[in-house]
Ligand binder design. Structure first.
Ligand code: UDP
Length: 236
């Protein structure tokens, strides 16, 4: 029995680069699709939000002189590109999957609505919700909090390249220790930036727990769904 029946999986665009400097690494994409396919076959309903940082980030565009709103729109389109790639990889694994978009762009994907997303999930389809929130000045973490709440997911699984939340950045501070679980209040008190504050607050105020784990280690997604404690749970 899987630990959760309906999840919102947040994947970072950056992880999709694998060892490359830019774009989509086919191996990493294939690994993600395999992992997701395995949990879908076990009956889990999976909604996915994927970032776009492997292609474009609004803030880095602004730093180069782009208009911020235009830059953010480019970032949102980058998430659509990643979503289409993941969709193809999932279909290649024999999994039914559809891309919904926060901004109208049929026929690339159907325009997002909660009803459409939930209906597809109930039919056993993976739903990849792309285009962020559709608004500039937000992040895909906020989009995944929002969509997770809307589709009534039991948890947001935040796949990262680290294996959970630490007292300090483990890549910079060797004395940092990992939490098995931590409350939202403690996240604020310790000023831990696991996501931007908008995303964290949206989850807290709507009782959506977050599970942070290392998605780049093959097999971890299935382990999490099997109830193994390999990451950090953020609870209300
Ligand atoms: N973005 C946006 N609104 C949203 C979500 C994303 O404007 O609701 C833009 C923003 O420019 C961001 C880019 O899309 O830099 C890519 O998303 P994000 O940085 O969250 O991707 P990740 O870092 O997870 O790869």
């Amino acid at each position: 029995m899987a630990k959760y029946k309906r999840i919102l999986l947040k994947l970072s665009g950056e992880s999709l680069m694998g060892d490359q400097q830019y774009g989509i690494d086919q191996q990493r994409l294939g690994d993600y699709a395999e992992e997701i396919a395995a949990i879908v076959k076990s009956g889990v309903q999976v909604g996915i939000v994927i970032g776009g940082g492997n292609i474009f980030r609004g803030l880095s565009g602004a730093a180069k002189g782009f208009d911020r709103v235009k830059g953010d729109q480019m970032g949102m389109l980058a998430t659509v590109i990643n979503s289409l790639a993941l969709n193809s990889a999932l279909v290649g694994q024999g999994i039914k999957s559809k891309v919904l978009t926060a901004i109208r762009m049929e026929p690339v994907g159907e325009y997002y609505s909660k009803d459409k997303a939930v209906e597809a999930l109930e039919n056993g389809e993976v739903v990849i919700i792309s285009g962020g929130t559709g608004n500039p000045y937000f992040t895909t973490d906020t989009a995944s909090a929002l969509r997770g709440i809307e589709i009534e997911a039991e948890v947001m699984l935040k796949g990262t390249r680290v294996d959970g939340i630490y007292t300090a950045d483990p890549e910079k501070d060797k004395t940092a220790t990992k939490f098995d679980k931590i409350s939202f209040d403690e996240i604020y008190n310790r000023n831990l930036r696991i996501m931007d504050l908008t995303a964290t607050t949206l989850c807290k105020e709507n009782n959506l727990p977050i599970y942070v784990f290392n998605m780049d280690q093959k097999g971890n997604l299935q382990k999490v769904m099997g109830g193994e404690d390999l990451g950090t749970l953020v609870y209300c």
